[in-house]
Ligand binder design. Structure first.
Ligand code: 13P
Length: 247
């Protein structure tokens, strides 16, 4: 059976000291768990967290990757650089990147391609805004976002992870109900099925105010294969409780 994947997205949080305490607590608490666990950390802390996670079952993740391979792109971090630090997963197209940095569907698709070429699993984030949901556009929006990634990556699509993160549920305390989330996950699964025979083996994560109290119900849905966790990933007890709910 496919193991659940629980990925923490630390966003722009952390210090050397706080990271060490958090990772040590996760290593102590997550030992022997039966799901895949990853932490997506800010780029300057990749080396630190790589060392802390060495030899453990927890995978290192990054939060973004450049659409370019190398060269004169000041401030950017390439997929190959992430690979140098043992990065296994990389978020692409997080709604905060789309919203605050103008990332288009086409740019997100190229970022996924760069990650795949470097042997990194892109976690492609899709999700509708509140206005889009209220206008009945949820399915149309997430399908459009994923379609460009499928079109750009061809057969490589079976190697990606998809994360459904309704924008209105991120950091707001408003979680999609398990039924609302499952409905969208089923739409995404069918879209993947049309693109690859591997669709049922792929992970589709839910993200948006997932916490210790609501994780079990969300993770029990047929097409919810794990979680992408923001705020609750910064507190070891909360993140460990979500990992426990995924067993
Ligand atoms: P919260 O769990 O804080 O809502 O964040 C979700 C998210 O954006 C994960 O990528």
């Amino acid at each position: 059976m496919k193991k659940k994947l629980i990925a923490g997205n630390w966003k722009m949080n952390g210090t050397l000291a706080a990271n060490e305490a958090l990772v040590q607590a996760l290593l102590a608490g997550a030992a022997g768990n039966d799901c895949q666990v990853s932490v997506c950390v800010p780029a300057p802390y990749l080396a630190q967290v790589q060392q802390l996670l060495a030899g453990s079952g927890i995978d290192l993740g990054a939060q973004d990757v450049s659409q370019h391979e190398a060269g004169a792109f000041t401030g950017e971090v390439s997929a190959q650089m992430l690979r140098d630090f043992g990065v296994r997963y990389c978020l692409v197209g997080h709604s905060e990147r789309r919203q605050y940095h103008g990332e288009s569907d086409a740019v997100v698709a190229i970022k996924a391609q760069r990650a795949l070429a470097a042997g990194i699993t892109p976690v492609v984030c899709v999700g509708e805004t509140l206005a889009e949901r209220e206008s009945g556009l949820t399915e149309e929006v997430v399908k459009r976002q994923l379609a460009v990634v499928i079109h750009t990556n061809g057969h490589g699509i079976s190697e990606i992870v998809v994360a459904y993160e309704p924008v209105w549920a991120i950091g707001t305390g408003k979680t999609a109900s398990a039924e609302q989330a499952q409905q969208v996950h089923a739409v995404l699964r069918n879209q993947l099925r049309a693109a690859t025979p591997q669709a049922d083996k792929m992970h589709i994560l839910y993200g948006g105010s997932m916490n210790a109290a609501n994780a079990a119900q969300l993770l029990a849905q047929a097409d919810i294969d794990g979680g992408l966790v923001g705020g609750a990933a910064l507190k070891s007890a909360d993140f460990l409780a979500i990992i426990a709910a995924a067993q």
